[in-house]
Design a protein around this ligand. Structure first.
Ligand SMILES: *Cc1c(COP(=O)(O)O)cnc(C)c1O
Length: 370
């Protein structure tokens, strides 16, 4: 017997169709596969944890956090620490997000005037298009060149034609791993001029050692966004973005007031006091990246694309088959082969510890066999 107060399945579907926006109904939910028992190399996580002594100190710090209180929504102390220790230029403030995903969403919502457009090269980070869609903005994707460099003439033509409110440029790009040419980015910044915002997404900056952060004063239409996720703190969900104070003030109005919780605030504050530890981990991963890329390039039928990030993009003869065989060996990487025509037969793998990289190499070698 069904409870008469509860809508039946059919009634619920009618309700869904009545109240949910059609473009939301068409979406499929962001799917993260279960990774229990797998060698997890699909999400660009830093494999290293905090050293034991630091973890102990952090535990004490966290025990003192007032969990009964709301955060102080200005986050002045944490913002000051991030600015001082992570290279934000003097005179510039930042906006904090619950991961840079939330910053992408906030920028999209703030700029969603009727008819406004969003531009980004494709293949690129999927959240730019997703957030545009959720905010009701038109997304224009401009294909990269086959070598994954920017198609500058096509980008400039799209800027002229569409006058995008937001242009997203991931530097380096995900999932292609490469850094776009600095000259191309400067040309795009100039072409957009004061008609739109250009966001340089530096999620992988610790592995690229190239940045536009120091050039904020030159480009009033530029924002630089970063995250601590790829650096080793993916679990705490913290992103930050710098730009002129006039822009930040508007984006801040979209921010949910307590978007950074007190535990995230405390962990970030503590780890920033020991940021040299994360810097050393990033340096180790950059060295491992070179070794892993060289070893992969030796495998027959594997092409390794240049990487300035903590992951490698590979091309193989049959990505679906290799991916399935790796899964059977309990190795989880990302099959990006179907994401875009330019990525046909491409696989994306996180650079990890020497041991895990070796396990991956062995599993891949076995999975490539005919
Ligand atoms: C991982 C990633 C992000 C999102 O990072 P979070 O801070 O974890 O939300 C943003 N941009 C790019 C290009 C990424 O690869």
């Amino acid at each position: 017997m069904s409870d008469p107060a509860k809508p039946t399945g059919g009634e619920t579907m009618a309700l869904v169709e009545k109240i949910i926006r059609p473009e939301i109904r068409e979406l499929s939910a962001y799917h993260v596969p279960s990774s229990d028992g797998f060698l997890k190399l699909d999400a660009m996580e830093n494999p290293y944890r905090l050293p034991g002594a630091l973890a102990q100190q952090l535990a004490q710090r966290l025990a003192a956090v007032a969990l009964n209180r709301y955060p102080t929504p200005s986050y002045t102390g944490l913002k000051r620490e991030i600015c001082a220790r992570l290279g934000v230029p003097a005179g510039f403030d930042i906006l904090l997000g619950n991961g840079s995903d939330e910053l992408i969403s906030m920028v999209s919502v703030a700029c969603a005037r009727p008819g406004a457009k969003v531009l980004a090269p494709v293949p690129g980070f999927v959240m730019y298009a997703m957030s545009a869609r959720l905010a009701g903005l038109d997304f224009i994707g401009v294909p990269l060149q086959p070598d994954f460099s920017l198609n500058l003439p096509a980008m400039l033509a799209a800027v002229r034609e569409h006058r995008p409110a937001i242009t997203w440029l991931a530097y380096p790009n995900n999932p292609t791993a490469n850094l776009f040419a600095e000259r191309d980015l400067l040309d795009i910044l100039e072409a957009v001029g004061n008609e739109g915002l250009v966001v340089i997404d530096e999620a992988y900056q610790p592995f690229a050692q190239a940045s536009f952060m120091g050039r904020l004063a030159e480009f009033p239409n530029m924002a630089v966004m970063r995250t601590v996720s790829k650096l080793g703190l993916a679990g705490i969900r913290l992103g930050y973005m710098s730009a002129s104070s006039a822009l930040l003030a508007e984006f801040d109005k979209v921010r949910p007031p307590y978007n950074i919780n007190v535990l995230t605030e405390a962990v970030a504050g503590f780890v920033l006091e020991h940021v040299d530890v994360l810097d050393q981990q990033a340096a180790a991963l950059r060295a491992e990246r070179s070794k892993l890329a060289a070893a992969l390039a030796q495998l027959p039928g594997v092409t390794v694309l240049p990487s300035a990030a903590n992951f490698l993009l590979l091309r193989v003869a049959d990505a679906d088959q290799v991916f399935a065989r790796l899964l059977a060996r309990k190795v989880l990487i990302k099959n990006v082969g179907k994401m875009h025509a330019l990525l046909a037969n491409c696989l994306r793998v996180t650079v990890s510890t020497p041991d895990e990289n070796q396990l991956f190499l062995d599993a891949l070698r076995a999975s490539l066999a005919p």
